[in-house]
Design a protein around this ligand. Structure first.
Ligand code: XIL
Length: 377
């Protein structure tokens, strides 16, 4: 009796495992669904690169053909002090990508955020000279090129240097280099990175008319001056309402007219939303402790909300597919809801919902709604 019971439990376990395996195989991959349209990417977090055995890797290998580093290549992470280099995570990222045949994206050469003060200031805290900053920028690009140049084929050269109203962001890069910051950065990238690396300008809220106009003018200016710019990076940190589908459609149409390929570089949809937190003097600690700001701490959305989220993704992908001839790549900012940065931004410690895979690494209704759109378009 005992033996029979054991056998039947074992065979039941086997058949469940077999069934899950078959089910998994029956689910088409995102990369095959969008084949011939654009590559599909995800980011590898520092947590994944720390252990190299995160369950997220199975998703990455099945569904994506491009990878971006969430944090490990940022200036402050790689090079926190003038002579301190911490390159293990970035090395693992590039090795993993090349051993597994991914398109590897470099993120990011020059960004005002996550860049330490030593880059811009001398020991007394005064801004350094233009020549000194340019030398540091060139040294960084050269180091990237020497270490990984043969393997990283897409680079976010400058990130977020233009404000929503179209003016230059008042960053330390701008304080030292002035309005020429972007141009100088792209010239350095063009000179130091391999000739076949795609050089991208990357920014968020690209539907804002001022920012859009300045980006387009900059691309045209670079083209006229013979400065390479091979892509416009549209981050795609969107919410349930922003941008509207009309705005998205118009933006993609406007950028397409430059003739430069578009990359959706950091797609996620912030279900909980954040616009209310961007006002002046917000007390994030108070918001954090108010349960109204974290309505689903168990990580499960009510079915109707899950469907609304799935529809938002489907609507967005319909528009992306409409413009697919101009879009090279769509990269999701993360792999699953478990570790996506929006759990901690702009309010720390919320349970947010943003991607196509849930906290158990299972496909969400949004995953299937995106696949369905791919099938029909
Ligand atoms: C975010 C990471 O996801 C977080 O882990 C980190 O704490 C802050 O930066 N725009 C970008 C990305 O270009 O580099 C940012 O990534 C998200 C916004």
């Amino acid at each position: 009796m005992k033996t029979i019971a054991k056998i039947s439990i074992a065979s039941l376990a086997l058949s469940i495992a077999g069934c899950q395996d078959t089910e998994d195989k029956a689910i088409p991959s995102l990369k095959s669904a969008f084949e011939g349209k654009f590559t599909v990417g995800a980011t590898l977090s520092n947590g994944m690169l720390e252990t190299m055995n995160d369950p997220g890797f199975a998703i990455v290998e099945k569904h994506f053909n491009s990878i971006s580093p969430e944090n490990c290549m940022k200036w402050g992470i790689m090079n926190p002090e003038p002579d301190t280099f911490e390159l293990e995570h970035a090395d693992r990222f590039v090795d993993y990508g090349s051993e597994n045949g991914f398109e590897i994206v470099g993120h990011v050469l020059y960004w005002h955020s996550q860049t330490p003060d030593w880059v811009f200031e001398d020991q007394d805290g005064n801004l350094i000279s233009r020549e000194a900053l340019l030398a540091k920028m060139r040294e960084r690009a050269r180091m990237m090129s020497e270490r990984w140049g043969d393997r990283i084929k897409v680079w976010d050269v400058v990130n977020e240097s233009i404000e929503g109203d179209g003016s230059w962001r008042n960053s330390k890069f701008h304080q030292i280099l002035g309005d020429e910051f972007n141009e100088l950065a792209f010239r350095i990238a063009m000179e130091e990175l391999p000739a076949d690396a795609k050089l991208i300008y990357n920014d968020y809220h690209m539907t804002r008319p001022g920012r859009q106009a300045t980006v387009i003018a900059m691309v045209k200016d670079f083209q006229a001056k013979g400065i390479r710019i091979d892509g416009i990076g549209i981050q795609g940190h969107w919410t349930m309402e922003d941008p509207s589908l009309e705005e998205l459609d118009e933006m993609l149409g406007a950028f397409s007219q430059t003739g430069v390929p578009l990359h959706i570089t950091e797609l996620d949809i912030d279900y909980l939303g954040r616009s209310q937190y961007f006002g002046a003097n917000v007390d994030l600690e108070r918001l954090k402790s108010d349960p109204a700001n974290n309505p689903y701490p168990d990580g499960v959305l009510p079915e109707a909300e899950e469907q609304r989220f799935a529809k938002r993704y489907a609507d967005i992908f319909k528009i992306l597919l409409k413009h697919h001839e101009h879009i090279d790549r769509v990269t999701f900012w993360g792999v699953s809801d478990l570790t996506n940065w929006l759990n901690d931004f702009p309010v720390e410690g919320r349970t947010n919902f943003s991607l196509l895979f849930d906290r158990q690494f299972e496909t969400k209704p949004a995953f299937f709604s995106v696949l369905e759109v791919a099938k029909q378009n």
